[in-house]
Design a protein around this ligand. Structure first.
Ligand code: PLP
Length: 379
């Protein structure tokens, strides 16, 4: 197995805990935490001075984050999270009565709720396209395309799904939608740092989190808007920049708000850069491949064979099947945390249940070996 140096000097994570779920809430390197603390100290030293300086600092940060995504800064706005990005996108698109918002069965639950809210408001309906867990790109494109008729107002699709940790063929799907005149909203919550230039495929809207894989402070995400929608896309909070014609600036000022995470966010990109992230990510892919197998072997199960697994996440099947039961899932995670000192998350697909394992720069082989030793005790 790949030998990696987990660099505990860079992270403040509790060394007595197995941190195997970066995918949910990320983890912020010490250096970024220190910058964040310094920015907050500066705020408290002189709040007036701080708020006068925010606009300029946000511009600097935003340009750096847009450059990281390799996207046009004029179409890149800061939002607190991918949920906000999806909501702002759906609020912009014309969804007429009787029309459809098309999603897949891999979609994130809260994104489905957002689609349902906008469908209700417009007397439209949500259509869920069923993609098999192990579907290849050709199947994904064919099955989704079959639902994209004149009733479709928008396709909302994951770039990397949460429940199934799968990379979907966004470029092809965007192409199909463009040809049929159907707008696309790409949920790239997990994409930054896992996919290079994730917003490059010409979707109408793309959103992604910096507070997941790029390890930026929480409440930092981006919304990339195609040129044709930039004038009418509005932030969720109505504030003083409401009438600013420029999209990024319109989203910058959200009233009295904690802007420090957005300003500190690029520091984590520099930490990843110093870790030689593209090489490190390839090493982490090898690590999670092997680590997931070690855990699956201990459980007597297997690693889900999705067509394109996310670079640093894998699904290990649990040794039972059943209906989706969020309360039982939450209780299981609490037991893993308390009894095994392991932070893991569960996902499900059809009647199959999985542990979704992550690998980030602080993980090593030992983490997965220890989980493999401990996890069978919970069954
Ligand atoms: C695929 C997907 N979409 C959207 C979200 C929502 O992200 P946030 O909680 O940052 O709004 C998540 C969070 O895990 C996700 O995995």
């Amino acid at each position: 197995m790949t030998v990696l140096s987990p660099r505990p000097d860079l992270w403040s994570l509790d060394p007595d805990v197995l941190h195997l779920n970066h995918g949910s809430y990320g983890a912020v390197p010490r250096r970024t935490q220190e910058l964040l603390a310094a920015l907050r100290a500066e705020t408290e030293a002189n709040p007036m001075l701080w708020f006068r300086s925010v606009a300029e600092r946000l511009t600097t940060s935003r340009l750096e984050l847009a450059a990281y995504l390799n996207t046009d800064p004029a179409g890149f706005a800061l939002v607190p999270n991918a949920s906000a990005g999806i909501t702002a996108a759906l609020a912009t698109l014309p969804i007429r009565p009787g029309r459809r918002i098309v999603l897949t069965n891999h979609a994130y639950g809260a994104v489905r709720f957002a689609a349902e809210r906008f469908a209700r408001a417009s007397q439209a309906e949500v259509v869920i396209v069923d993609l098999p867990l192990e579907a290849d790109d050709e199947t994904v494109v064919a099955v989704i395309s079959a639902e994209l008729d004149e009733r479709a107002s928008v396709l909302v699709v994951d770039q990397i799904s949460s429940e199934t940790a799968t990379v979907l063929p966004i470029a092809q799907l965007v192409e199909v939608c463009k040809a049929r005149g159907i707008p696309t909203v790409v949920d790239g919550a997990h994409a930054p740092a896992l996919i290079d230039s994730p917003a490059a495929d010409g979707a109408d809207f793309w959103t992604g989190n910096f507070h997941k894989w790029p390890a930026s402070p929480r409440a930092t995400a981006g919304l990339v808007v195609a040129e044709k929608w930039r004038r009418e896309t509005l932030p969720l909070i109505v504030s003083w920049s409401e009438h600013d014609e420029r999209l990024p600036e319109r989203f910058d000022m959200q009233g009295t708000y904690d802007y420090a995470p957005w300003i500190a966010a690029p520091e984590s990109l520099r930490v990843l850069d110093e870790l030689n992230w593209p090489v490190r990510r390839a090493q982490l892919s090898a690590l999670i491949d092997e680590g997931a197998k070690v855990v699956a072997k201990a459980l007597g199960t297997c690693v889900a064979e999705v067509a394109h697994p996310a670079a640093t996440m894998r699904l290990v099947e649990l040794p039972f099947r059943g209906e989706r039961n969020p309360a039982a899932g939450a209780a299981f995670k609490v037991r893993a945390s308390k009894e095994l000192k392991a932070e893991i998350t569960l996902t499900s697909f059809d009647d199959r249940v999985f542990v979704r394992l992550s690998a980030h720069a602080y993980n090593s082989r030992r983490d997965y070996e220890l989980l493999a030793e401990r996890l069978p005790a919970l069954f």
